[in-house]
Design a protein. Sequence first.
Length: 374
Amino acid sequence: MSITEGDVAIRLRGVEKRFAGATQPAVTSLDLEIPRGQIVTFVGPSGCGKTTTLKMINRLIEPTAGSIEVLGRNVGSMKKPELRRQIGYVIQQIGLFPHRTIAANIATVPKLVGWDKRRVAERVDELVELVGLDREMLQRYPSELSGGQQQRVGVARALAADPPILLMDEPYSAVDPIVRGRLQDELLALQRRVNKTIVVVTHDIDEAIKLGDRVVLFEVGGVVAQQGPPGDLLAAPASPFVEEFLGRERGLKRLSLLTVADADLTTGWTVEAATPSSEAVEVMRANGLEWIAVRDDNRLLGWVWLDDVAAVTRAGDAPLHEFRAHVTPSTPLREALDGIVTSQTRVAVVIDEGRYLGMLTIADISESVGRGTG
Ligand SMILES: Nc1ncnc2c1ncn2[C@@H]1O[C@H](COP(=O)(O)OP(=O)(O)OP(=O)(O)O)[C@@H](O)[C@H]1O
Ligand SMILES: [Mg+2]
C-alpha cells in the first residue's frame, strides 16, 4: 500500500482488543490505513471484529494494545467530544431517538457542541435536502417514517456537524434489497458532493464491492485476509478464504466495476457512406463479412447487409439499420455485455459525444476481464 502521510485519515498500528473473559482476541494486531476522501468497506463473517474495530476508532471501545490516529492525532490523547466532532457515526439498526422529532434527531450533535438555534435550523434544512428527505417530515417521529427514510435521517444526523469522517455500521441491513440498492446509490452520489472519509461495515460482499474504493476483508479475530481496490481482490484473491468469501460470478462482479474505457476496442469494419458499393462489397467479401458499418466522417450512421449494398450505387444508399447497443467509455462492461448479447450484430458501438470510437465484442470484454487473473 502506498499512501503518503498527509493522505491517511485513520491509521491503526498493532491494534488489539481482548474482551474480559474471552479466550481469543476480538481484534489481533491490526495495522490499517484509511485514505482521506475515500470510501473503505469492512467486510467479513459475523463476529470477525468489524464493529469492534469501528468502535475503537471513535473510542466507544478502548483498545487493549496498539495506537489509533485520526487525522494525524492519537485518539487516546483527544477528548472524546472533540473526537466525536471529527467523526459522524451511523450505528447498526439506525438507532434514532424514538421520542425526538426528526429535526431534533438531526440536530443532536450541533446542539451538543453549542451551536445557536438559527445555525442549527439552517443546517437541518441543508441536510434534509442533502440526503433527499421531505421538509414536512421534520416534525414527525422516527416511527412515522419508512425504514429507508429513517436510514437517511441517520446519515443526516451523522453529517450534522460536518465531520470529515463518517463511520457507518451495517447501515442498510434493516431495509429491503430494493431500498438498499437505492440508498447505496444515494451514498455514492452524496460522497461525490461531500467528499468525506467513510468507513462502511457490512457483511454483504456485493455491497462492499459496490461502495468501496477499497475493501478490507476480515477473518475471525480481526485479522485482515486481504485489502485493496475491489477489482484487485476479484482479480486475484489472496487465499481460498478470500475466494470463497467473494463467492460466485467473480468475472461478472469484475465486469460491473470495469468500464468500456478499460477495454481495448476493435476498430470495426466501416465504410464511408460515399464509398462506391462495388468497393464496399469487395472489402466485405475479402473479409467474410455479412454486414458493414457505414459512417459519415466521425459519425456512425448504422449498418448495412452485403446483399443490400450490392444492389445500390454507394454504400450509404443501402437500407441502414441502427446499432442496438450504444455505449460510452463510462458504461460498465457488464451493461455493455448485456447490450451485445441482445443485439443482432453482436457488437456494441462505442460513441463519445457523437464521435464514433470503435466497437466492442464479447472477445474484447473477455480479454479485459482476463487481464491480471493469470
Ligand atoms: N462487549 C463484549 N464483550 C465480550 N465480547 C465481545 C463484546 N463485544 C464483542 N465481543 C466479541 O468480539 C468478537 C467481535 O465482535 P464484533 O461485534 O466486532 O463482530 P462483527 O464483525 O461486527 O460481527 P457482526 O457482523 O455479527 O456484527 C465477537 O466474537 C464478539 O462476540
Ligand atoms: Mg457488527
